[in-house]
Design a protein. Structure first.
Ligand SMILES: [Zn+2]
Length: 276
């Protein structure tokens, strides 16, 4: 599933190709996932921004919100691709006119045209926590957000409320770097500060590598990302931890397949704090 680095890569690929161009036509498959797309017709794409895992197309008095879901792919082409999973098309005017296509095999992706900032139909976006690579991702607020002991830290990070944009891959990677067990409940201040930095480092490195292609992700030019080989724990069960050579283990936390190093990420937080 595309997470922040993959969505940001698509944004950087797509933005220069669509910014300043008018949407001359829009077509989408049936169903509520693409319901309001015709509201985009006649409007000009002023900017393409990102919030968490959402792409936000600024259309002036409207906003086109795109979530890639599990397998969504967004790319420009001069004519429709031969693809039975084509879900939506935007026809763009202007020099070198072309089409922006949305292809989605698994059909979890969504497109919605809303009034700017009116996200009441998109609750995850409405309640989104701070952007991890911006100044609004403040250390102290993050320490408070992860201090509570009710929820496993992995579930808390996946919720998007403490910080935006993380999914299964980068949560596992960030927790490994910070030396925190994914099922830990309540993270002390010292480890929270490490985790805050680890989240930024992991995301910045993955963006530099144009994202991780684990299975279905492709960038805005339909190419695979390059970050898979750099992963330290995710999808590496039985392989040696790059830090201590202990075999990586796979377990289940927050109903998700979860990878961790039993030595670098001990179950007891007291043990982890003693090591840091
Ligand atoms: Zn290790």
């Amino acid at each position: 599933m595309p997470e922040l680095p993959e969505v940001e890569t698509v944004r950087r690929d797509i933005a220069p190709q669509v910014t300043g161009r008018r949407i001359a036509g829009a077509e989408a498959g049936p169903g509520p996932r693409y319901g309001s797309l015709s509201d985009a017709i006649g409007r000009t794409i002023l900017r393409v921004e990102r919030r968490g895992k959402y792409l936000l197309f600024d259309l002036g008095d409207r906003e086109l919100v795109i979530h890639l879901g599990m397998s969504g792919r967004l790319f420009m082409a001069p004519r429709p691709p031969e693809d039975s999973h084509l879900r939506a098309v935007l026809e763009l005017d202007g020099a070198g006119a072309g089409y922006l296509f949305f292809v989605d095999m698994r059909k979890f992706g969504t497109l919605a045209v809303v009034r700017p900032g009116k996200y009441d139909t998109i609750p995850t976006l409405a309640a989104m926590g701070p952007e991890p690579l911006s100044d609004e991702f403040a250390v102290e607020a993050f320490c408070r957000a992860v201090a509570g002991g009710g929820t496993p830290i992995k579930a808390l990070l996946l919720s998007q409320k403490a910080v935006a944009g993380l999914g299964n891959i980068y949560v596992d990677e960030a927790l490994h770097r910070a030396g925190i067990h994914p099922a830990a409940r309540g993270v002390d201040r010292k480890l929270a500060i490490k985790l805050h930095q680890a989240i930024r480092d992991v995301l910045e490195e993955a963006i530099a590598n144009r994202g991780t292609t684990f299975s279905l992700y492709r960038d805005g030019y339909m190419r695979e990302g390059n970050h898979y080989a750099e992963l330290r724990v995710y999808d590496r069960a039985g392989k040696p931890c790059p830090a201590c050579r202990t075999p990586i283990e796979k377990t289940r936390v927050a109903q998700r397949g979860t990878y961790f190093c039993p030595r670098c990420q001990p179950q007891s937080l007291r043990a982890a704090a003693g090591r840091s």
